[in-house]
Design a protein around this ligand. Structure first.
Ligand code: R5P
Length: 283
């Protein structure tokens, strides 16, 4: 059976269809004091696949509740799919006194599951923080599907060196293109500088790809830089279209017409599904 978190209902339904497994009914509610309440439909399935992007602190709690409800319902095996894992970017203590938030979150989730799948975490090493076996799925493999078939001499650009493997995966999935990357300096949560793409981009179609667009600072700076080189069209693609705060406006002001994302986060921009990849990992 597939048990969906409230923030992952489209992906859960697609996964149920891919796997030909029942999608159980889930009620999401609140107690008068604001605490979350979930209830899943009784079932006799041995395996529960709980699907929940932890897009908020509440979604973390809900995921723990759904894992527990699946066990209470009699599931012998609980598999947890975290399409977007929140707090994964705090994967080390960058400054004295900070927590390793990704580890704390992973440990809590580990207590209620037998296996974890997550999609394009910021660093794959985050999987080591879970106690049961945990696997990272490269959601960027699906991004090529969102691109037009007629890209002209495509340049696939990563906004920083860490995203080069994402750009290479998109290039390979698309079937061609040249990869380059920016050198990024982050001054604060919302202030970044990018420099250093050396390709001649004039008249070419450019695709900028990243794992996540959060505040949109990285992408909007990248687009502004690339626009100085008179490319033909610029496409902005990411696995997790988080688009926090005023990110969409920031991107629009930088000249971005549309953002291409996957359904790890459910938004109008999430035009491709990672369900086939998750299903393949579970089969
Ligand atoms: C950072 O290394 C990540 O890959 C993304 O580039 C970053 O998290 C994007 O954040 P923002 O949209 O806030 O610039």
């Amino acid at each position: 059976m597939i048990v969906s978190g409230s923030a992952s209902q489209s992906l859960a339904a697609r996964l149920a269809a891919e796997l030909n497994e029942p999608l159980v009914s889930v009620d999401y509610d609140r107690f008068p004091d604001g605490e979350r309440y979930v209830q899943i439909e009784p079932t006799d399935s041995d395996r529960a696949i709980v699907v929940g992007s932890t897009v908020s602190s509440g979604a973390h709690i809900e995921l723990l509740q759904l894992q527990d409800a699946a066990r209470e319902a009699g599931a012998e095996q609980v598999v947890t799919v975290i399409p977007y894992m929140g707090y994964a970017r705090q994967d080390k203590a960058f400054n004295p006194g900070e927590p390793v938030s990704a580890r704390a979150i992973a440990q809590a989730i580990s207590t209620g599951t037998d296996r974890i799948l997550t999609v394009s975490p910021h660093e794959e090493t985050v999987c080591e923080y879970f106690s049961p076996p945990a696997t990272a799925i490269a959601g960027e493999r699906r991004l090529a599907k969102a691109l037009p078939d007629d890209l002209i001499d495509p340049a696939i650009i990563a906004p920083d060196e860490g995203a080069v493997s994402i750009a290479e995966t998109v290039r390979d999935a698309y079937g061609g293109g040249t990869v380059d990357f920016f050198r990024k300096v982050r001054h604060s949560g919302t202030d970044v500088d990018v420099t250093g793409v050396e390709l001649d981009l004039e008249e070419r179609d450019v695709v900028i790809v990243d794992d996540i667009i959060a505040t949109g600072s990285t992408m909007s700076e990248s687009v502004a830089q690339l626009n100085t080189q008179q490319p033909n069209r610029i496409f902005v693609a990411c696995v997790h279209a988080l688009l926090a705060r005023n990110a969409r406006t920031k991107l629009s002001r930088a000249g971005v017409a549309s953002v291409l994302g996957t359904d790890t986060i459910e938004r109008p921009e999430s035009t491709v599904s990672v369900a086939p990849l998750v299903a393949a990992a579970l089969s």
